[in-house]
Design a protein around this ligand. Structure first.
Ligand code: FAD
Length: 520
């Protein structure tokens, strides 16, 4: 539909509800909802990082100044005889249009672009938590808490994501084996439900709604405030990479390291990740900018004879008051237990904030080369530990060939750090891996890197997992039919269905996920 027509449709729908004239300005003043009908605003709010297709346009964008603004627009959608879609949009870093609201209202939650942003971050130093607006970016949360010498415990690899956006999925990185995903570190949230009610919830208060919105893909409410656990912030990070040519040794060591989660901090690493190197180097890999003063050899120069290498990535955090010798000893004691290629130890030492913000540096480099705003056919999977070797054989050593077009992350997590009551689904094993194929398509590049080719490979990987009954679950899931969503949720589907009925009965929220048909 043409944008003008979309705008008119939206206004007409709103008019039916509130009985106004056709002038959008009247509408704004009378309803006191700061909607924007600006075409550029609408287009930008309807796009995302995936850049795979043109997502359906919204009719208007809301830049809320408070939770009350969010309440007003959701209430209007819920109570209107016609109804309309309302989707929260954090930083729009989804891949498949998950924050789009066809013909409805996108609630642009980030404060950075807001003309009158809500109060974003309040640190409660003694209580060791921080209250943040749902649209706040993690980088801004970190900068505020660091002023008090504190920091959140569990992260994503990239910090230019909104708090509401990551906790609507789970929020994972190399700390998850120890602290669980970000959703395991949230004490309380304020949520605007699909009925337009603002509800405070936690484990003890309105717990069904609390669990519903954790990993809830935006289906049950818009998170306007989250209370997040903090810890004293480390100041520096010893950042280490070691290489393997043998997959079994690699996963054995990764699983050993994550099994240490219950040990005192001196006897475990603080972060455990890893990646797969299938194309003879780290070309096009965001994480290639790693310089190791103690071993200034490029990882890519270690020959793998054309076969695959696996890189284990680990860190040890430390403080101003830490004894440097003890840090060395702790690292050495842990490395001694591992079975990597001798002489492949790459170590660097950087400030904590630089480590957490590492992907942004790579972003700036890619942006300068025009390689950031390209289509991203990403595929993120949770793979059960018992089948990770089959996955390696069939996918890394099979389907992928020798061109990957971006980093392939692989790291294990402990299921007991995930709350089963939340809306996230993970494989049914004590340990499961994240495998993230973070690919960039280059339309005019090599044939191997085109969007069509990479999307086709993704389909092949999913088919392989299906045929071999690998038992994967998609992370940041994307499906187009309700049957596929039912399969994804499995035994959890009746609970998800019931939660939707209770908290968003008209299916107004986050329609871009395509889980429930809107009932208007
Ligand atoms: P959006 O794309 O804006 O929204 C995603 C979904 O959440 C939509 O359905 C939307 O309606 C809903 N939503 C957004 N805000 C709210 C809210 N306040 N209340 C309720 N629902 C809401 N993920 C990880 O776990 N670990 C990583 O290391 C990681 N790294 C990434 C690196 C990059 C470069 C990118 C692009 C993504 C990465 N992700 C990672 C994925 C990321 O966590 C998700 O895509 C997340 O949804 C992005 O947050 P956003 O604020 O951009 O959300």
């Amino acid at each position: 539909m043409a944008p003008k027509l979309l705008m008119l449709t939206a206004i007409c729908r709103l008019i039916v509800t509130v009985g106004l004239t056709l002038n959008p300005n009247d509408l704004l003043i009378t309803t006191q909802i700061p909607l924007s009908f600006n075409h550029t605003d609408i287009q930008s709010a309807s796009s995302d990082f995936g850049g795979l297709t043109n997502h359906p346009l919204a009719a208007a964008v809301l830049h809320p100044s408070s939770a009350a603004d969010v309440v007003k627009v959701v209430k209007l959608a819920y109570e209107s005889p016609h109804g309309f879609a309302v989707s929260a949009r954090g930083h729009g870093h989804s891949i498949n249009g998950q924050s789009a609201a066809e013909n409805g209202v996108v609630v642009q939650m980030t404060t950075r672009s807001s003309p009158s942003p809500p109060q974003a971050v309040v640190v409660f130093e003694e209580m060791m938590y921080v209250d943040v607006w749902g649209g706040e970016l993690w980088i801004d949360v970190l900068k505020c808490t660091l002023k008090y010498g504190l920091a959140p415990k569990s992260w994503t690899d990239y910090l230019y994501l909104s708090v509401g956006g990551t906790i609507s999925n789970a929020g994972i990185s190399g700390q998850a084996f120890n602290y669980g995903p970000q959703i395991s570190n949230v004490h309380e949230v304020d949520v605007v439900t699909g009925k337009g009610e603002l509800v405070t919830c936690s484990e003890d208060q309105n717990s069904e709604l609390f669990h519903a919105v954790m990993g809830g893909l935006g289906q049950f409410g818009i998170i306007t405030r989250a209370r997040i656990a903090l810890e004293p912030s480390p100041q520096r990070v010893r950042w280490i990479r070691v290489l393997y040519s043998n997959f079994t040794s690699f996963t054995h060591d990764q699983e050993y390291l994550v099994s240490l989660h219950g040990q005192p901090s001196s006897q475990k690493f603080d972060y455990v990740e890893g990646f797969v190197i299938v194309d003879g180097g780290l070309i096009n890999n965001w994480r290639s900018s790693f310089f190791s003063p103690s071993n200034p050899v490029k990882i890519s120069s270690i020959s793998s004879g054309g076969s695959i290498l696996y890189c284990l990535e680990i860190t040890k955090n430390y403080y101003h008051h830490s004894d440097p010798e003890s840090v060395n000893q702790e690292v050495e004691a842990l490395l001694e237990k591992l079975n990597f290629i001798p002489a492949s130890v790459f170590t660097t030492d950087i400030p904590y904030i630089d480590f957490l913000d590492r992907v942004h540096k790579a972003e700036l480099k890619l942006r300068s080369k025009g390689l950031w705003d390209v289509p991203h056919p990403w595929l993120n999977l949770f793979v059960p530990k018992s089948r990770i070797a089959d996955f390696d054989k069939g996918v890394f050593k099979g389907i992928l060939g020798n061109k990957t077009s971006g980093p392939i992350l692989i790291y294990p997590m402990n299921k007991n750090k995930w709350d089963e009551e939340t809306s996230v689904v993970t494989p049914n094993e004590d340990v499961f891996y994240l495998v993230a194929l973070l690919r960039s398509a280059l339309q005019n590049g090599e044939e191997a890197l085109t969007l069509e080719r990479l999307s086709d490979e993704n389909r092949q990987i999913l088919n392989f997992c299906e045929e071999q009954k690998i038992g994967i679950k998609q992370y940041l899931p994307h499906y187009t039919t309700q049957q596929e969503w039912m399969d994804h949720y499995g035994e959890k589907w009746p609970q998800i269905y019931k939660r939707k009925l209770e908290f968003d009965p008209r299916h107004i929220l986050a329609t871009g996920q395509r889980i429930f048909e809107p009932s208007f």
